[in-house]
Design a protein around this ligand. Structure first.
Ligand code: FAD
Length: 404
């Protein structure tokens, strides 16, 4: 098989880039190792900036036909009191809410839209295993699909294959990791009739609890633990775990013991913050988590992966018209020059958040409770909120590349 661009990985980064290139007339193949999109862990929260992009793609109204929830604010509760709320509802209309939506359904929709274009191919159950090299230039990928190996030659391979990216490893690009103190335990819980779990982080002496509503009937519950302590928690048993969560939120007493019966219902995710030391090489580009991993505390990963796709679309489409051969690092580097500082600013904000969230010293805890609500009303915090919700710099989809 021969194409212009092969994208490895149908997460938010890969699917948005695939759609944008398809619509711009670029011969594109999108690969996904799973047959079904719900086989991977996928975050359901999307920042307001993503709404703007979906609107510029002309897809927002149709996407909002999928079951979703509009989120007005993200609350930080500290020892029973609301420390501050990151409000979305005072941003400019119409992108003045965060979106909670089933990510597999959203990705499926984007793939279906891209399939409307003859120049787009989607291969599911197709795992990229090797890079094809011509000298030091990447010229395609080897793929295993239904136990058959196939080579796809291309002018560009985009690694959109997530935090454990195979493409990054095969290219020899190194990941620079930051130390992080936490892991997360996650599980889904059905919501009892009449109950509502807002999007929030709740911090008490006993622990830190996170709620991410996933529609009216299910809430995703997160519990933050010290890195590497999951087996200790498991050894103490499920009832002990239930008790810890109920101590932080007594309202859970009714729902939790009925629904969380076994650690098999839980997933543990190690929190990583990391950046690849190179995002482009001759014939190769990394986007999304393959290039950089943000901490999940302020729901940035989907937005950053989609921002990468938006910038990459413009850079790739322009580069393809400039040469007939594989795209050189020189032609691709503008993407890294735009997105690296944007990601680095978000990671810096998240470092401050992690420091604030991780405070244990009683005096500092007292200070946090006194100072943060005051600081939160200052223009500095407002600026931070805008960067998290709307991105660090104005970005728009290069719709002038669209063929229709
Ligand atoms: C606990 C937790 C909660 C989170 N919640 C949120 C949230 O609510 N909102 C948010 O914005 N972010 C959230 N994030 C971060 C977010 O999930 C990621 O940043 C985001 O999914 C990155 O998108 P991506 O397109 O780069 O890669 P991914 O979404 O990781 O997608 C990569 C895709 O590549 C495929 N793949 C991998 N290897 C291969 C291969 N060799 N061949 C073919 N396909 C391959 C995978 O199957 C996958 O489908 C969370 C992260 C964690 C850890």
């Amino acid at each position: 098989m021969k194409t212009d661009v092969v994208i490895v990985g149908a997460g938010p980064g890969g699917c948005v880039l695939g759609y944008l290139l398809a619509r711009s007339g670029v011969n594109t193949v999108l690969l996904e190792r799973h047959n079904r999109l719900d086989k991977e862990f996928r975050g359901y929260f999307f920042q307001p900036l993503v709404l703007k992009f979906l609107d510029q793609m002309g897809l927002l109204n149709d996407i909002l036909q999928i079951e979703h929830e509009k989120i007005e604010a993200f609350h930080f509760v500290d020892h029973g009191k609301n420390l501050f709320s990151v409000r979305f509802d005072d941003l400019s209309h119409p992108y003045n809410y965060g979106l909670i939506m089933s990510q597999p359904l959203l990705l499926q929709f984007l793939i279906e839209q891209a399939l409307e274009y003859d120049n787009f191919t989607y291969l599911s159950g197709a795992k990229a295993t090797e890079l094809v090299q011509e000298g030091s230039t990447t010229a395609g990928v080897k793929v295993i699909q239904k136990k058959e190996e196939e080579t796809i030659q291309s002018r560009l391979v985009v690694g959109a294959d997530g935090r454990y990216s195979t493409i990054r490893k095969l290219s020899g690009i190194q990941l620079e990791k930051e130390q992080h103190k936490f892991d997360f335990i996650w599980f889904d819980m059905p919501v009892l009739k009449g109950k509502k779990y807002p999007l929030q982080i709740q911090i008490e002496d006993e622990g830190m609890l996170i709620y991410i509503p996933k529609g009216p009937d299910v809430v995703q519950v997160g519990w933050v633990i010290k890195k590497g302590t999951y087996s200790e928690i498991k050894n103490k048993g499920i009832e002990d775990f239930q008790k810890q969560l109920i101590t932080v939120d007594p309202e859970l007493e009714e729902d939790l013991p009925q629904h969380l019966l076994d650690f098999k219902q839980c997933a543990v995710l190690d929190i990583q913050v990391a950046t690849a030391n190179q995002w482009v090489q001759d014939g190769l580009m990394l986007i999304g988590d393959a290039a950089h991993i943000a901490s999940p505390f302020s729901g940035q990963g989907n937005s950053l992966a989609i921002q990468d796709a938006v910038v990459a679309h413009d850079v790739i489409t322009k580069a393809l018209t400039q040469v007939q051969s594989p795209l050189s690092m020189n032609l691709l580097k503008q993407y890294e020059e735009i997105m690296r500082p944007a990601v680095s600013q978000i990671q810096q904000i998240q470092r401050i958040q992690a420091e604030l969230i991780g405070i244990k010293n009683p005096l500092l805890l007292h200070l946090r409770r006194a100072m943060v609500p005051l600081l939160f009303r200052t223009p500095l915090f407002n600026k931070m909120r805008n960067k998290l919700a709307l991105g660090t710099k104005p970005l728009d989809i290069a719709t002038f590349h669209f063929k229709n």
